[in-house]
Design a binder for this molecule. Structure first.
Ligand code: SF4
Length: 493
């Protein structure tokens, strides 16, 4: 069952908001749902939602389709939807009778180059303001005039132009506009409290593509919490670094007071910031029904943590786990990476040393290490860096698996092969369009990517030279800042 928390509008302009994965995730994606609500409340627009597994809302005549792309592999879902709609993938193969097709979201904002051949245009950066502008242009103009006008918007990318990332001033709090029991976060009212992150870890797009760090006013958040709780008893706070909100403790206290006065509230927070975990924070989470949480340490050796600008001392990690355990959480996931440039055997062994200490200090507490492998991302100080060879990473993974098992500690790993293809796609250029199509047609598994590589003959670059042009150069970005930061961080090696 769905509950709409706004009053929809309607009209003659048929707009499809497409999510390139299953509906369960679409209904949990705050950015996607918020933009859908924006379209659904605009006068003259008949907005419908579709996802790869539910296209029943598709109208007979579609004027425009927008895709929200959060992840590098979302192009597979885009192709699946276009195929079901019988629309050619390549825009060069579509004509004036075809709907206009555009995209936005984190994957597009990080690097639109590999998707140029598929979309008529793309929105770079925050969508809340530009999206309305785009929809109004589309609704009020014919196709050619609309494209001409869209070309004048700084944050709209059409091939051949420079584009400026939109950064919203965060005036209106973004929150779940549709509650659903089909959502991955069942009937949960998600509230964004901050955007970006002040930490600027050198690999992190959540921080670097969302500069500067911004947050919503406390009073507005409070009112949004009240609004959410009028409609459900499940709320979640969202942001890459929510505890950096200057009023974070006040926000938590506000929720805690409600729980202590007898209101039933289930509270969700995706992860805790390791250097600022407090007993009150954990207690509020536990009161709100949370049993487990996550902290991110990224690397076990202090040397590497400094190099990636994750300025976290070991005692802060030990302290965070202790506070989590002593204040009622049942367990903690410790997120980290392997394959950070310049990683040595000693750095890898630091995981075992740290694991041993954590285990002995926290008997009976459910600790799990969760590893992924480093993926160099555009628009970060590591955008030029080399990705470590898959075989070498798999060797490290096997070693850690074996040694963690000996310690009696749980360790989970992301797929190194998938991480590799992610690193390829995230830094790809526009020549990759046929490769993406082939990878999809061959089934979209890792073997399909390998075979698409052979059949299309695209060249993969495993690192970039600091002086050469980059595929994502069309996005205005302070290159000097990234270069200087990399140079500064190298001093810690
Ligand atoms: S703390 Fe997390 S969100 Fe912030 S920059 Fe580092 S990795 Fe990114």
């Amino acid at each position: 069952m769905e509950k709409l928390l706004y009053k929809p509008n309607t009209g003659k302009y048929n707009f499809l908001m497409a999510y390139p994965a299953v509906e369960e995730f679409a209904l949990a994606s705050l950015g996607y749902l918020w933009l859908f609500k924006t379209a659904d409340t605009l006068e003259g627009i008949n907005a419908a939602r579709i996802s790869v597994d539910n296209m029943s809302a598709t109208p007979e005549n579609i004027d425009t389709i927008a895709f929200s792309m959060s992840f590098d592999f979302d192009f597979l879902g885009v192709f699946k939807i276009l195929e079901k709609l019988k629309i050619p993938f390549l825009k060069a193969e579509r004509d004036e009778t075809s709907p206009l097709i555009f995209a936005g979201g984190p994957a597009i904002t990080t690097n639109p180059a590999p998707y140029e051949a598929f979309f008529d245009f793309m929105i770079i950066g925050d969508g809340e303001e530009s999206f309305t502008q785009v929809l109004e242009i589309l609704r009020d103009n014919d196709r050619n005039k609309a494209l001409e006008l869209l070309n004048n918007i700084d944050s709209v990318y059409l091939p051949g132009k420079k584009v400026k990332k939109a950064a919203s001033a965060l005036n209106n709090v973004i929150h779940t506009p549709i509650l659903s029991d089909k959502s991955y976060f069942k009937n949960t009212f998600v509230i964004e409290i901050a955007r970006g992150c002040m930490n600027r870890c050198a690999f992190c797009t959540a921080s670097y593509t969302n500069l500067p760090f911004r947050y919503y006013e406390y009073e507005k958040i409070k009112n949004t919490i009240d609004f959410g709780l009028e409609n459900t008893d499940k709320i979640a706070l969202l942001g890459a670094q929510i505890s950096a909100h200057p009023d974070f403790n006040k926000i938590m206290q506000y929720i805690r007071t409600k729980i202590e006065s007898g209101q039933h509230i289930e509270l969700g927070i995706s992860s805790l910031r390791t250097d600022s975990v407090t007993p009150e924070m954990v207690q509020t989470l536990v009161l709100g029904g949370q049993k487990h949480s996550t902290i991110a340490i990224e690397a076990a050796s202090e040397r590497l943590r400094k190099f990636i600008n994750k300025n976290l001392k070991e005692e802060q990690i030990l302290n965070a786990v202790k506070i989590a355990r002593e204040n009622g959480l049942k367990g903690l996931k410790i997120y980290s990476m392997i394959g950070i440039p310049h990683e040595t055997k000693e750095d890898i062994d630091e995981f075992l040393r740290l694991g041993k200490i954590l285990k002995s200090e926290n008997k009976g507490f459910n600790l799990e290490f969760s590893f992924s492998s480093f993926v160099p991302k555009p628009q970060t100080p590591f955008q030029w860096s080399e990705r470590e060879d898959t075989k070498s990473l798999e060797k490290k993974q096997k070693y850690l698996e074996k040694e963690f098992a000996k310690l009696g500690l749980s360790a989970k790993f992301s797929s190194i092969k998938w991480d590799y293809w992610q690193s390829v796609i995230s830094r790809a250029d526009k020549t990759f369009a046929p490769f993406l199509i082939e990878a999809y047609k061959k089934g979209g598994k890792t073997g399909a990517f390998k075979s698409a590589l052979k059949s299309t003959g695209v060249t993969i670059k495993n690192s970039y030279n600091r002086e050469e042009d980059l595929p994502w150069d069309m996005i205005e970005c302070n290159l000097q800042l990234l270069k200087n930061e990399y140079k500064r961080l190298c001093k810690f090696l």
